[in-house]
Ligand binder design. Structure first.
Ligand SMILES: [Zn+2]
Length: 460
């Protein structure tokens, strides 16, 4: 069985880069009817916080990336210690009592040091548990370079000089990242590790541990980086890449997942995929080698394409979350919102835009911006048209959209003027906007009372 995992650290909120990794792991596990494990890597007891764990779970649930099992590394310290002990007995790990200052000092005293700024292996071979503070280091042995096969990048070589006898158990008894990952990936039978290419050096260290313990090595899939347009890493962009931010801005899960899946993966020229289509079409062999460039405008467009695909139920579900996240009270009824969504779904990129656009339907009266110079647009003929519209309002509301539109069009004709003389002032009077859905849709959404009262203000 194919088993994949998403392994975030709860030291912050999920951002787009994390979620892209989660998306690829999720898609591949679902494609193969495998398992998708969520592993919370909370070994850093200082920096891990419960609110971030809750945030990660909330974001993944909202995105629909359902995990089959969840583990917390902080509950597994005994397991890591046991394997560290085993490595010590095998002569593959050792106790080290050197302090940071001592290592630094020895380095300074020996400018020709072979190991650069790294640990000089002074304690190598030490099997007896020290009475003072200690860490446990992994003995990486001697080699020129370590080589492994990456599904995306092909053969990857990491030179010996990039590595040293790294710590596997820290002074407080907690495991380091690379050690806990190997033990867990082994015990959880992970078959494929899909993660960012910034993990390459970690992968080399991890392979050394796999080999020492005689574990089977999973398939490694290193994703290309996501860059900003100026080529700086997306991860360096502050704040606005959090999933929470996008949820508040009115993006929807399908849009985010689709956009992220296309950052580093392609299927011909096709851009728009449902999640189900992604599960069917995604394959790790189609992952790109080159870095992906993040484009806010394109993400907005992809989101808009998914907005128009939403069913009324899904729309309401996401819209309620959007309101809650922004502490907004909605005065419009669900019944109204569904009708409005049908009219607006092809006109908005986000739920936030939908919210902003539909505010015109809330009050009885709206104020008209001065810049429209509405008085100049309304002459005696237009006033007559307005009156006729009020007289026809029941019929317009009763008839199907197309017939309603014909009635509206026929009004200016009667007075020998064009629709483009009547339409714009009517639109501004009703919506305080130059652009809006078709007038018949606006009138139907406003209803009789609001339509009539807004027009009446301009007849007197
Ligand atoms: Zn030492």
């Amino acid at each position: 069985m194919v088993i994949l995992r998403f392994a975030p650290s709860p030291t912050g909120y999920l951002h787009l880069g994390n979620v892209r990794t989660a998306v690829f792991n999720y898609l591949y596990s679902r494609k193969n009817n495998g398992k998708f494990i969520l592993r919370i890597e909370d070994t850093d007891l200082q920096r891990s916080e419960k609110r971030f764990v809750e945030g990660i779970k909330k974001d993944l649930e909202w995105l629909g990336l359902k995990w089959d099992e969840i583990y917390f590394q902080s509950e597994r310290f005994d397991i890591y210690k046991e394997y560290a002990q085993k490595l010590i007995e095998m002569g593959k790990a050792y106790y080290c009592t050197c302090t940071r200052e001592e290592i630094y000092q020895r380095q300074k005293d020996n400018p020709n040091a072979k190991f650069g700024i790294k640990y000089d292996r002074k304690c190598r071979g030490r099997k007896e548990k020290p009475q003072t503070d200690y860490v446990i280091r992994f003995d990486i042995g001697e080699f020129d370079y370590i080589e492994f096969e990456d599904t995306v990048k092909g053969k990857v070589k990491v030179p010996f000089t990039d590595l040293d006898d790294f710590v596997i158990i820290k002074g407080d008894g907690s495991p380091t990242y690379n050690f806990a990952v190997v033990i867990d990936d082994h015990l959880m039978n992970i078959t494929h590790v899909i993660r960012g290419e910034d993990h390459i050096t970690n992968t080399a260290k991890q392979i050394l541990i796999y080999n020492s313990l005689g574990f089977q090595i999973p398939k490694f899939v290193h994703l290309p980086l996501i860059l900003n347009k100026d080529k700086s890493p997306l991860s360096k962009r502050e704040g606005s890449t959090n999933i929470e931010y996008y949820r508040k801005e009115g993006f929807i899960p399908e849009g985010i997942i689709n956009y992220l899946a296309r950052l580093g993966w392609s299927y011909g020229d096709r851009e728009i995929f449902t999640v189900q289509e992604l599960i069917e079409l995604f394959d790790i062999k189609d992952l790109n080698k080159s870095n992906a460039v993040f484009d806010d405008q394109k993400m907005l467009w992809v989101n808009s394409e998914h907005i128009r695909m939403l069913t009324p139920d899904k729309f309401l579900k996401y819209y309620k979350i959007f309101l809650l996240e922004n502490n907004l009270e909605e005065e419009l009824t669900e019944e109204f919102l569904i009708k409005a969504f049908e009219v607006y779904k092809t006109r908005v990129n986000t739920l936030k835009e939908f919210y902003n656009e539909t505010r015109i339907y809330v009050p009885k009266e709206i104020e008209i911006d001065k810049e429209f110079n509405i008085e100049n647009l309304i002459d005696e003929t237009i006033k007559k048209c307005f009156k006729d519209l009020i007289n026809s309002i029941d019929e317009i509301l009763l008839k199907p959209d197309e017939e309603g539109e014909t009635i509206i069009r026929s009004i200016p004709e009667k007075y020998g003027i064009k629709l483009k003389q009547f339409g714009p002032p009517l639109r501004i009077v009703l919506t305080n906007r130059k652009v809006s859905p078709g007038l018949v849709h606006v009138i139907k959404l406003l209803g009789k009372e609001k339509t009539v009262s807004r027009i009446k203000n301009f007849i007197q």
